[in-house]
Design a protein around this ligand. Structure first.
Ligand code: AMP
Length: 181
């Protein structure tokens, strides 16, 4: 099901812009106002369900922390497993980790080594937003290193004025619900 213009607008207008958060010059896209809007949240999840039920996925991998909300909801709707990709130091068992660059310095995310039960499992990775693409790119690498196959990366919001989407498209398919230019 493709979203109608009206449905896309309902989702888009439910996302709140917070200027200068967490630091000056950043416009933070706040999805808490999408989640507490029952119409917007259910249009979004229904759309994701209809799109991804055709994919024959084995798992959804969600990126810490807002990717957990959409990812876990969708996995339950599709009756498949959910795998968290977490910030360093949070996962209790044996992990694989991947560093990625930030504006200043670097960050690191991890996945459990045994997160996927079947080799070559078909995985969708999901997060709330793609900006520079550093986080998502590291997440795709982790999924593939854990022996699975990342078939698509899905974001509620894609910032198209940055190169993140273009760069990630070299590695996997990318699907954004709302694009901000
Ligand atoms: P990046 O690695 O630069 O693509 O950043 C993506 C990650 O940072 C996602 O997990 C987002 O939740 C968060 N993020 C980056 N920029 C924003 C923004 N403008 N508003 C909300 N979240 C953001």
């Amino acid at each position: 099901m493709t979203l109608s213009d009206t449905q896309r607008k309902i989702i888009e207008s439910s996302i709140r812009d917070i200027k200068d958060f967490p630091k000056k010059g950043i416009v933070f896209k706040d999805i808490t106002t999408l989640l507490n809007n029952k119409e917007a949240y259910s249009i979004l999840m229904e759309h994701l369900y209809i799109r991804y039920k055709e994919y024959d996925l084995d798992y959804i991998a969600g990126i810490d922390a807002r990717g957990f909300i959409f990812g876990a909801s969708l996995a339950q709707m599709l009756k498949i497993g959910f795998v968290p990709i977490r910030k360093k130091g949070k996962l209790p068992s044996e992990t694989i980790s991947e560093k990625y660059s930030l504006e200043y310095g670097f960050d690191e995310i991890e996945i459990h080594k045994d997160a996927f039960h079947n080799t070559n499992a078909k995985v969708l990775v999901i997060d709330d937003l793609i900006a520079t693409g550093g986080t998502a790119n590291a997440a795709v690498k982790l999924i593939n290193k854990a022996g699975a196959n990342c078939v698509e990366a899905c974001f509620i919001i894609g910032l198209t004025f940055l190169d993140g989407i273009k760069n990630l498209e070299n590695t996997t398919k990318v699907y954004n619900i709302v694009e901000v230019d």
